[in-house]
Ligand binder design. Structure first.
Ligand SMILES: Cc1cc2nc3c(=O)[nH]c(=O)nc-3n(C[C@H](O)[C@H](O)[C@H](O)COP(=O)(O)O)c2cc1C
Length: 209
């Protein structure tokens, strides 16, 4: 499927979430993107992976965001990648999906598009920044232009929970029951707004190639 020129450009907000914390962040980030005139947010998730790797979930999950396709990625103007922290790294369902993107990589489809990342952890020092830095690596392989959260978002200086210059983070707590607080919500929104603005500004870079 090719994207028609008249279609509204969009930022793909691609996330995995098992207990809902990363999904909550994705929704705030998408709201930030949508606050920018002329660009939309497309929320997509990935199916869980199991030891039976050949098991295929229905294309449309019972609830929540639709599963991402390579075309969602191919035609996006920016990408926000969200994952729970798993041992200081992204969750395997998201990595599994990224490992199917070789064709896009070979053709430089994502090159010159802006990207960012966000994560949620159980504990404050449980690896938020390590996860964000490791999520950055495949995005750089794809030639994407990584955008974090600048310190003009002054909540970065005062937050007692999540929020890093590498991307927004969230402290979900040991019982995974802590909702996003005001700082985490505002920083997620600001991250989405910035990505939306960058996606529009950088549109001509990759549309020309
Ligand atoms: C296999 C596994 C590994 C995890 N590793 C970490 C970790 O390294 N640091 C941490 O703080 N939390 C860790 N957690 C907790 C999740 O990151 C945390 O509950 C997160 O908020 C879940 O996000 P979700 O609600 O979007 O699924 C881990 C959870 C699982 C299941």
């Amino acid at each position: 499927m090719t994207r028609s020129a008249s279609e509204t450009p969009y930022v793909l907000v691609l996330f995995y979430s098992r207990n809902g914390a990363t999904r909550e962040m994705a929704e705030q980030l998408a709201a930030g993107v949508e606050s920018i005139s002329g660009i939309a947010a497309r929320l997509r998730t990935v199916p869980p992976v199991s030891t039976t790797c050949e098991a295929v979930d229905p294309e449309i999950p019972a609830e929540g965001a639709v599963y991402a396709t390579l075309d969602d990625l191919r035609h996006c103007h920016g990408l926000a990648l969200g994952s729970p922290t798993r041992f200081g790294n992204m969750a395997s369902p998201l990595k599994y999906f990224l490992d199917t993107t070789s064709e896009l990589w070979m053709n430089g489809v994502l090159a010159d598009k802006p990207a960012t990342a966000f994560t949620s952890t159980a504990s404050l020092h449980g690896g938020q920044e390590a996860t964000l830095l490791t999520m950055m690596v495949p995005l750089l392989h794809h030639g994407m232009v990584y955008a974090g959260v600048p310190y003009r978002e002054t909540r970065l200086l005062t937050t007692q929970s999540g929020g890093t210059p590498y991307g927004t983070s969230h402290l979900a707590g040991a019982q995974a029951d802590r909702p996003l607080d005001d700082d985490e919500t505002a920083l997620s929104r600001a991250q989405g707004e910035r990505l939306g603005r960058l996606a529009l500004a950088m549109r001509s870079l990759h549309e020309a190639t």
